[in-house]
Each structure stands twice: as structure tokens, then as C-alpha cells.
Design a protein around this ligand. Structure first.
Ligand code: ATP
Ligand code: MG
Length: 300
């Protein structure tokens, strides 16, 4: 009599299917990214079933690198990834600790090791997300303390990989250069996932999803105007994909509020929720040449 669990049953009972379905519904596009996450979930799940059958195995290495332009969803997906890893019992807690160079590297001799170790301690049992990881390596400065931090990370990535997953993130070309000069790091990263820029249609869907979450909506002309906004904004400097969409929506809500503020009569629920074309069209984006420097957008 075969008492082995079917993968499909474990996929559902572990809650991983629910997590992946949620990821699918709440994140627009990103098909290749979602596919890769599903693959990693499958790997862990099969590993669990192998363990159930008494098959010896060392836990797979799950350190990853997420490359892509600003606002393509890297931090968001890393957070979801942490949840999946927890659900599959790969890490104990499933939290995400997001850091940059300044959180890991000290200014003075002797400061870097304790700083890096403190961060690692906080991240144990979850995911350590290092944004713009290439700043850890500064070849132009011979005695840069970043190297010390990298070495500590390398050790932990090797020795404690069953309870800590490190995700490095940043622009693709800079990440490639970083790996080129840090083969130790390159060899410890098992999964490289590239986040593509969103299409105009995807950005529109992202906007609608965000508005829905905020209890706002575009009326017909506003939706049309926002389509034009996206077309123009995408060609301007400092465009940051979904993050720019979120920022644009914030400014539109501000204009909507200012417009309603002068009203003498009571406002209907409909009015309170509906963004109109003028809330969109007042944007400076419409008055600019594609190459003109645009308002310095906060990109994080
Ligand atoms: N595919 C998507 N669907 C819906 N919302 C998204 C999607 N991608 C990103 N967002 C939203 O856009 C914002 C920016 O995403 P996130 O911070 O994950 O991007 P990032 O790649 O980490 O950017 P950065 O490189 O600037 O740190 C978040 O509010 C996130 O919820
Ligand atoms: Mg981010």
C-alpha cells in the first residue's frame, strides 16, 4: 500500500497554491517571474516528498538575484518569495529584511563586521534582500570595507543556507559586472530572475488595480487621459515603472481633492471616488517634450 503524498495534494495543503494564486492575481504581468517562482516552489515541494521517502538530500541553494529597472516589482516579489519559503518550511519565519550598502558597511575600521553580522542576525529564518548589491564592491577604493561585508555574507550563504535566503537586487548590467569581479558571490547564486519593464497596457492595469485598492476609479475620459499620460511619461527621464504609476495616482488624488474642496454642496460617494480627466490632464507631463528633464521623481 502506497502511503506517499501526491505532489498536488501537498501543493494545496501546504498553502503554497493559495500563495501563488494570490501572487498571480495581485501582480499584473511578470509571466516569466511568476513561472520561475512556481519552478522554485516545485523544487522545494518535491524535495519534501523525497525527504518523506527517506531519500537523503541537502537542501537546495536558494540564493537569488533579481535584476530589473526601478519599480518593476523586485521588492514586492521578494516579500512574496519569503512567504512561499516559509510555507514550504524552508525558512522558519519568512520575514524580509531589506538593506543597502549603508546598513552593512561601516565608515571606520572595525565597524563593518558587527554591522553585517547584526543585519544577518535579524534576517535569520527569513530573506535578506540587498538592494543595489553592487555598491558593496568598490574596486576604485583599495581598502573599501565593502569587501569585508561580502566575505561575511559569503560564509553565511554557504553555511547557513537552510535558514537564510539572500536575494541580491539591482540593474542587470551592474549586477553582471559585480558577479564578474566577485566569482565567489556568482557561484553561490542559484537563481537569476530578470524583471522586464511593463508595457503600457500592463501599467494601465496596474493603475486600475491600485485605484481599486484605494477605492477610487477613473471615469471614461480620465482612463483615456491616463493612457496618454503613460505613453508620454514612459519616454521621459526617471521613469520607474509601477512606482511611477503609484506616484502619479497620488498626485491625481491630490488634484481631485483640491477640485472637490471648493464645492458648496454635499458630495456624493460617486464624486468622492471618481477621478476625472482634468485631474489627469493638469500633469506637467503633458506640457513637456519627451527629452525635457522632468520633476525629479523619488525612485524608492
Ligand atoms: N506587477 C505589479 N502589479 C501590481 N503592482 C505592482 C507590480 N509591480 C510593482 N507593483 C507596485 O509598484 C510599487 C513598486 O514596486 P517594487 O517596490 O516592488 O519595485 P522594485 O523593483 O523593488 O523597485 P526599486 O528598484 O525602485 O526598489 C509597489 O507599490 C508595488 O506594489
Ligand atoms: Mg525595491
Amino acid at each position: 500500500m502506497d502511503t506517499a503524498t501526491a505532489p498536488r495534494a501537498l501543493f494545496e495543503s501546504s498553502g503554497v497554491k493559495a500563495l501563488l494564486d494570490q501572487l498571480d492575481a495581485e501582480l499584473i504581468g511578470l509571466a516569466p517571474v511568476k513561472g520561475r517562482i512556481r519552478d522554485i516552489a516545485a523544487l522545494l515541494l518535491i524535495d519534501k516528498l523525497r525527504e518523506e521517502q527517506g531519500l537523503q538530500s541537502t537542501p537546495p541553494s536558494l540564493h537569488m538575484c533579481f535584476t530589473g529597472n526601478p519599480g518593476t516589482g523586485k521588492t514586492t516579489v521578494a516579500m512574496r518569495m519569503a512567504g512561499v519559503l516559509k510555507q514550504l518550511g524552508y525558512v522558519r519565519k519568512g520575514h524580509l529584511v531589506a538593506v543597502t550598502r549603508d546598513d552593512l558597511v561601516g565608515q571606520f575600521i572595525g565597524h563593518t563586521a558587527p554591522k553585517t553580522k547584526e543585519v544577518i542576525k535579524k534576517a535569520m529564518g527569513g530573506v535578506l534582500f540587498i538592494d543595489e548589491a553592487y555598491y558593496l564592491y568598490r574596486p576604485e577604493n583599495e581598502r573599501d570595507y565593502g569587501q569585508e561585508s561580502i566575505e561575511i555574507l559569503l560564509q553565511v550563504m554557504e553555511n547557513q543556507r537552510d535558514d537564510l535566503v539572500v536575494i541580491l537586487a539591482g540593474y542587470k548590467d551592474r549586477m553582471d559586472t559585480f558577479f564578474g569581479s566577485n566569482p565567489g558571490m556568482a557561484s553561490r547564486i542559484a537563481h537569476h530572475i530578470d524583471f522586464p519593464d511593463y508595457s503600457e497596457a500592463e501599467l494601465m492595469q496596474i493603475a486600475e488595480l491600485m485605484l481599486q485598492g484605494l477605492n477610487y476609479r477613473f471615469d471614461g475620459p480620465a482612463a483615456h487621459a491616463f493612457g496618454r499620460y503613460l505613453h508620454l511619461r514612459r519616454q521621459q527621464p526617471h521613469f520607474a515603472n509601477a512606482r511611477s504609476v503609484r506616484n502619479a495616482l497620488d498626485r491625481m488624488r491630490l488634484r481631485h481633492a483640491t477640485r472637490l474642496f471648493d464645492s458648496q454642496s454635499a458630495l456624493s460617494k460617486e464624486q468622492l471616488c471618481t477621478l476625472q480627466a482634468e485631474d489627469v490632464l493638469a500633469s506637467r507631463v503633458f506640457g513637456m517634450a519627451p527629452s525635457a528633464p522632468v520633476l525629479q521623481e523619488v525612485t524608492r
